[in-house]
Ligand binder design. Structure first.
Ligand code: COA
Length: 211
């Protein structure tokens, strides 16, 4: 639960101008009318495989969109920026992305005035392997550090999700830890969870692997 006092200091999500443009893509907040696109994206079991849940029904997609929309509200208990990934050439939503926000904690779990984020992104299979994931994650890090001034950004990736781990490392995120056998995967084996992160002071001097 985010207290009223901290709420006043929460990162100024509303001040960002949308769409956020990258070289090839646009990001804009998810809106109610994105339900069909969300369903098309997340009803694919292969897309959902490493996302921590089964293929979504239309009702699941509707609930996810509603939650995403509410996260942008200034009084949300689960603050964040939930974005649609748009290809400007056809205007279609080909993916979604998220920066979840929470206050950093002091010893004893007291909230501080600093905030941190956790990022996530998902693309339709038709768009995999063309650098879009890297472009989206790079945009999320830019928004997190340059616009919201977050102290730290984290990403959690299941160990078999090579594409996601690779793109995060390419963007300069460090492997901080690994939870061994964190969850029972869809294939019936226990999956490790990798924790990658970057601090605000690391962002300007990050090493981006060009390969
Ligand atoms: C993860 C995801 C966003 C990656 O998107 P993408 O556009 O394919 O990623 P990119 O093309 O930018 O980069 C992926 C990198 O991984 C590499 N890669 C992709 N699949 C791979 C595989 N099976 N084995 C090894 N490397 C792989 C690519 O070669 C590329 O690296 P390179 O640019 O150094 O060659 C996409 O696969 C996806 O939406 N997956 C489902 C949802 C998901 O897993 N989200 C992340 C949860 S943590």
């Amino acid at each position: 639960m985010v207290t009223e006092e901290l709420s006043a200091r929460r990162p100024d999500v509303q001040s960002i101008e949308w769409p956020w443009r990258t070289e090839r893509l646009e990001l804009r907040p998810i809106v109610e009318s994105d339900v069909e696109a969300m369903y098309a994206l997340r009803s694919d079991p292969q897309v959902q495989w490493f996302c921590g849940g089964p293929a979504m029904s239309r009702g699941d997609a509707q609930r996810r969109v509603a939650l995403n929309v509410s996260r942008m509200q200034p009084d949300s208990d689960e603050p964040g920026i939930a974005l649609a990934v748009i290809d400007p050439s056809d205007g279609r939503m080909w993916g979604d992305a998220l920066i979840g926000l929470k206050p950093s904690q002091a010893v004893g779990m007291h909230p501080t005035a600093e905030w941190e984020g956790v990022i996530g992104y998902t693309l339709q299979r038709a768009k995999w392997g063309a650098g879009w994931g890297t472009e989206v994650a790079d945009a999320l890090l830019r928004i997190a550090f340059e616009r919201l001034g977050l102290r730290r950004v984290r990403a959690d990736v299941f160990a078999g999700n090579v594409a996601s781990e690779r793109l995060l490392r390419r963007l300069g995120m460090r492997l901080e830890g690994r939870t061994v056998q964190a969850v029972l995967g869809e294939d019936g084996t226990w999956w490790d969870d990798l924790h990658l992160a970057m601090l605000r002071e690391e962002w300007p001097t990050r090493t981006v692997d060009p390969q």
